[in-house]
Design a protein around this ligand. Sequence first.
Ligand SMILES: Nc1ncnc2c1ncn2[C@@H]1O[C@H](COP(=O)(O)OP(=O)(O)OP(=O)(O)O)[C@@H](O)[C@H]1O
Ligand SMILES: Nc1ncnc2c1ncn2[C@@H]1O[C@H](COP(=O)(O)OP(=O)(O)OP(=O)(O)O)[C@@H](O)[C@H]1O
Ligand SMILES: [Mg+2]
Ligand SMILES: [Mg+2]
Lengths: 268, 268
Amino acid sequence: GGRVIAVANQKGGVGKTTTAINLGTALSAVGQRVLLLDLDPQGNASTGLGIEQERRVPGSYDLLLHNVDLPGATLDTDIPDFRIVPSNPDLAGAEIELVPLPRREFRLREALNLAAPAAATPRTDGARAIYDYILIDCPPALGLLTINALVAADALLVPLQCEFYALEGLSHLMGTVGRIRRSFNSALQIQGVVLTMYDRRNRLSDHVAADVRAHLGDKVYDTVIPRNVRVSEAPSFGRPVMLHDFHCAGSQAYVHLAGEVLRRERAM
Amino acid sequence: GGRVIAVANQKGGVGKTTTAINLGTALSAVGQRVLLLDLDPQGNASTGLGIEQERRVPGSYDLLLHNVDLPGATLDTDIPDFRIVPSNPDLAGAEIELVPLPRREFRLREALNLAAPAAATPRTDGARAIYDYILIDCPPALGLLTINALVAADALLVPLQCEFYALEGLSHLMGTVGRIRRSFNSALQIQGVVLTMYDRRNRLSDHVAADVRAHLGDKVYDTVIPRNVRVSEAPSFGRPVMLHDFHCAGSQAYVHLAGEVLRRERAM
Ligand SMILES: Nc1ncnc2c1ncn2[C@@H]1O[C@H](COP(=O)(O)OP(=O)(O)OP(=O)(O)O)[C@@H](O)[C@H]1O
Ligand SMILES: Nc1ncnc2c1ncn2[C@@H]1O[C@H](COP(=O)(O)OP(=O)(O)OP(=O)(O)O)[C@@H](O)[C@H]1O
Ligand SMILES: [Mg+2]
Ligand SMILES: [Mg+2]
């Protein structure tokens, strides 16, 4: 049965979307059935997978507001076994619209028809019966959209840019995870932290990487994603970097990351 | 009299905080009295100016909720004529708390004691009498925090990373500015768009820069901020890059940007 993984970090521009797209592509390439849920009003994950603006309705906004069920909001991508719930700018209004609703933190979990966290169900409830992995691309904030993702998720994957400001936000993110676990989702685990945009010519990258490994130990993946211009070119073609240039350092790093995620999943 | 400039872009990691800190430093260096309002729950602007966590209460959260007045939330920085209203993680809850409040979009404008936008007041109302420039560092979203900033502002300065995803969000930001102008703040103008993290070895940077200039013409500053490792090192010392390494390419670019901003301000 399937697993739900939230890709989140409130710091902006750390590689959440890039990681969700390319990890998803790598997992589908090894036979996993993957769904990417674009929960960011910017819709970058939808763009990076080539979904035109006019095909993004209904999308994740409609799923959260329970206007449509999961199959009704899901599209195929050009990649076999890799589907997406797209997002559009309506989603920017969802934060405000969700505030007065009952169980506002559970809207996504309910839309995916997932059983309550504590129940020892075999992982074949709701959307887990259709997909092996559901990856949720979160916006750069700890508001109701990211909270909905963390309440629906089994695990959290944190992309962390090798920069000083990115390090600072980590303790705040971990504090939020603790609160979610205590109040809404006791089953939420941390799958891991992936270092992104690592530049070996830059001493700061090394400092940050060493600092993170000292604090978080083996929660940090061995795989480090290098800064690689091919990665930033791929979205302009609407394709994951693995399809844009499979042999570049960025693609190879995401292939390795997928291997590591699968190994960890088996051990969890 | 003073001007209020919102530094905003919902795309994450494009250089909003770095621009607010270093533009503010450069303006104060030429005798302008500057206030930086940290409206991001991450508090990166507070960190980048060396404000320890324990000194961040009261902060911008308290200002927005009208628990404290502007002088009560303002701190000095190490830089003469450059003061800050810090932020702390409480601010993450403000989005939800503001939703049911009357005139929720005007909370910041009222806290700064600014006259109504349409009134042809000399620019000496409220906070404008004390500061020549009030720069607002916005979070990576178009929620109630950024909306409050745009409603309080005279002008918007948009940092734009030379990357594909960053380009995509621009039209969405401009749409929001139009809505704010029609509903809340008829005086809101666009001061300009500054290209950031420009890497001349990377063809993508050139494409994006050419594309933005083609769309926005002279709204785009001549000054381009280069990707420069000294800029990303400075926050770990709690100092603007201009104090960390005045002669590096990053600092010099921000000095030029300040000159351009002042010239445009005189013409507005
Ligand atoms: N390994 C990499 N090498 C080079 N560029 C990268 C890499 N990873 C991501 N990028 C680029 O950096 C920018 C930020 O990445 P991305 O948009 O994935 O981050 P994000 O965390 O999803 O941002 P946001 O907070 O706005 O959602 C993008 O322009 C992307 O193309
Ligand atoms: N010109 C530059 N050269 C190199 N690094 C830079 C430059 N400008 C900013 N950075 C670094 O890039 C990262 C993103 O910049 P910054 O935090 O200012 O962006 P932001 O838009 O404020 O992000 P957020 O959306 O999270 O608020 C930071 O780690 C910063 O130090
Ligand atoms: Mg993203
Ligand atoms: Mg910032």
